[in-house]
Design a protein around this ligand. Structure first.
Ligand code: FAD
Length: 415
């Protein structure tokens, strides 16, 4: 009796897994999610991008999230010392969503998981996937529950949405190192009594240390705010020592925060995470596909993680549907190249952030409105719109433009 048979097993009940499962349920499949943790559980990744609203909508999950009244996010503000640049998602090149939310992931992911279950997906918490054997038509998944009882479930197809767990990349040796230098982040949720209206509607990102480090401030609807510091590994390790003492002092004293968190109480002791950037050799194989963070994760700077999770969750489900209908799927072309294409756009922006080209552009004395709107669409997650030159020419456009701006602003320096 502990050998069940279903159409699709989804590993992980984060945004990628719930979007994939909900979409497939809508097409009439028998879907089971196996999730290691008990929800609600903490997860990092709290600032969403407007583009992910489309994926939530298409998978039928958006209406469950709306009544939760999460903090509305209408833009992103970048700062460095006296430099300021505010992007409004209402002023975009690509036609799309003009707002999204900033969420405590414990609440958000629970909402998605409950809504997915309400659609008829079997969502099994505290079930950890241990082993997977794949073949053309029959996939075998071994898992254990919280009491250590072992089970086997058989599926026609598997979607791995196990995020940082990276179940199939680990089992099938699919991971590859990231080209980015190893960074880390330390963060906590804090009281935020000095929050302005602008700080409520935006993510605030402060660049410092010659663009090598930065701080996020992500506001929540209950008046608290997530504050994180990102920097090279050694810096974050040092900040994390003695219960995050240096982190606490740093965010209280950091000049550009202007005392916003000077006397704020922390809701919990700071957590830190190191070396999160990782790549993948291939995003699919016989009987399975990877989605969300179990594919590639670049860097948190542009808050793209959840949007990639929902985008790839949705597309992986569409391709699974096609496959299960007996049609041929070109997984490389129809799935991996599409997901990778979006990741590659963000890769250029992440690189541009750490080289400082992005800052040179957004903090320029003058920024052309059309250019700003085109960059805004990338920041909103619309990275598949090839009519946007800041998408299409992502690999060269930032450095070229930054060079022009530098020449204009200090012509002598370039002689
Ligand atoms: P997850 O949300 O990680 O869900 C995967 C689920 O799989 C988990 O619940 C896990 O318990 C489960 N699982 C794991 N192993 C197993 C197993 N063996 N069996 C069963 N279940 C398993 N993204 C943003 O969009 N905005 C941000 O502001 C942002 N900030 C970030 C800051 C930092 C410092 C970092 C490192 C990342 C940030 N991200 C951000 C990225 C974000 O955390 C991820 O991209 C996102 O959570 C990926 O969603 P997912 O559904 O792929 O995986």
């Amino acid at each position: 009796p502990n050998h069940a048979k279903v159409d699709v097993v989804v590993i992980g009940a984060g945004p990628a897994g719930t979007v994939a499962a909900s979409y497939l349920k809508k097409q009439g499949y028998d879907v089971t999610i196996l999730e290691k943790e008990k929800f609600p559980r903490f997860q990092i990744g709290e600032s969403l991008l407007p583009c992910c609203m489309e994926h939530l909508d298409e998978s039928g999950l958006l209406e469950a999230v709306i009544p939760k009244n999460f903090q509305k996010k209408t833009g992103a503000a970048f700062m460095r010392g006296e430099n300021r640049c505010e992007f409004f998602f209402s002023e975009q090149f690509t036609k799309g969503w003009t707002w999204t939310w900033q969420v405590k992931r414990a609440d958000f992911d629970l909402t998605l998981a409950e809504a997915t279950r309400a659609k008829g997906v079997a969502v099994n918490f505290e079930c950890e996937v241990l082993n997977v054997t794949c073949s053309k038509d029959k996939q075998i998944v071994d898992y254990k529950d919280i009491d250590g009882n072992k089970f086997t479930i058989e599926a026609k197809f598997i979607i791995d949405s196990s995020g940082y767990g990276r179940v199939l990349p680990r089992l099938f040796d699919l991971s590859k190192p990231s080209a980015f230098s190893p960074r880390g982040a330390i963060f906590a949720h804090l009281e935020d009594k000095n929050r302005t209206e602008k700080a409520s509607n935006n993510i605030f990102v402060h660049s410092f240390d010659d663009n090598k480090s930065w701080i996020w401030a992500i506001p929540f609807s209950d008046g608290s705010t997530s504050v994180g510091v990102v920097g090279n590994r050694e810096k974050i390790e040092e900040m994390a020592e003695n219960g995050g003492e240096k982190y606490k002092n740093f965010i209280r004293e950091f000049e550009d925060l202007k005392g916003r968190f000077k006397s704020s109480k922390l809701k919990w002791e700071p957590k830190h995470i190191l070396g999160y950037s990782v790549g993948v050799k291939q995003m699919y194989g016989e009987g399975f596909v990877l989605s969300g963070n179990s594919t590639e994760f670049l860097d948190p700077i542009f808050s793209s993680g959840v949007t990639f999770a929902t985008a790839s969750g949705l597309l992986s489900a569409k391709m699974t549907h096609k496959h299960l209908q007996g049609e041929t799927v070109d997984w490389k072309k129809e799935y991996e190249d599409v997901v990778q294409g979006g990741i590659n756009v963000f890769r250029s922006y992440v690189s541009g952030w750490y080289t400082g080209d992005f800052q040179t552009i957004v903090f320029a004395q003058q920024i052309n409105e059309e250019i700003k709107n085109q960059i805004c669409s990338v920041l909103a997650g619309y990275v598949w719109d090839q009519s946007n030159p800041f998408v299409k020419k992502h690999d060269t456009i930032l450095s070229t433009l930054a060079k022009v701006i530098k020449m204009k602003e200090s012509p002598k320096a370039d002689l």
